[in-house]
Design a protein around this ligand. Structure first.
Ligand code: C5P
Length: 218
């Protein structure tokens, strides 16, 4: 197994874009675990099923064929042969994803797939999500909790989604974090996990801080 860099954090902390760019600079693979949960939520909605129903979610999980890029310079995510790269970022998927992610069979099935990807990565991989430092890869070489103050996160998300109401974006983030944190605790750093607060850093500064943690790791 290569070097594993595990990054957790709340919605809008910038962890996806920061982790991806850190992987580029390190020459590592990249795994966005949130994209897998989003792709499953997308598949449940597309089947006309209910993301709040464990039965419906498990029915879609059975036979769920997810593929995504290893190379951080690529962004594609596919379910079967459908490209869902853009579709999984839609607000209705964001609203449905916590319902899907609370199902234990979903977490264990996706985690098995993530661990297989980590085991195959060479010379290393940056993997980001909510429970990577604690559940998926507690033995990772580098474990980071990437945070930012709530108002900073809401402002960043609003910039990414300029057509949407600022207040609504902030409320949707707060609601998703509240729901997700009932399932996994990603708001406090677990023992041995380094907190990186990006509130007062720009994108490049945050990437460099993460890369520096990896380069300094024993
Ligand atoms: O990181 P992103 O916002 O794309 O994650 C989407 C959703 O996937 C989260 O809101 C959460 O419900 C779920 N998730 C999770 N565990 C992970 C990664 C994401 O439950 N490791």
């Amino acid at each position: 197994m290569g070097v594993v860099v595990a990054v957790d954090g709340p919605a809008g902390s910038g962890k996806s874009s920061v982790s991806r760019e850190a992987a580029v600079r390190l020459g590592y693979a990249f795994l966005d675990t949130g994209a897998a949960y989003r792709a499953l939520a997308w598949a449940v909605l597309r089947a006309g099923l209910d993301p709040e129903s464990t039965h419906d979610v498990e029915a879609v999980l059975d036979g769920f064929a997810l593929h995504s890029a290893d190379d951080p310079a690529e962004r594609w995510v596919r379910v079967g042969d459908v490209d869902v790269t853009e579709a999984i970022r839609a607000p209705e998927v964001s609203a449905a994803v916590s319902g899907v992610a609370r199902v234990p069979a979903v977490r264990s099935t996706l985690n098995d797939g993530f661990r297989a990807r980590l085991a195959a990565a060479s010379p290393g991989v940056v993997v980001e999500g909510r429970d990577i430092t604690t559940v998926v890869a507690p033995d990772a070489d580098v474990r980071v909790l990437l945070t930012a103050r709530p108002e900073v996160r809401a402002a960043r998300r609003a910039r990414e989604l300029p057509d949407q109401d600022h207040g609504k974006v902030a409320a949707a983030i707060a609601e998703r974090d509240a729901r997700d944190s009932r399932v996994v605790d990603f708001l406090e750093a677990a023992e041995g996990v380094t907190t990186l607060d990006s509130s007062d850093l720009d994108f490049d500064g945050t990437v460099e801080a993460l890369v520096a943690l990896v380069r300094r790791a024993p």
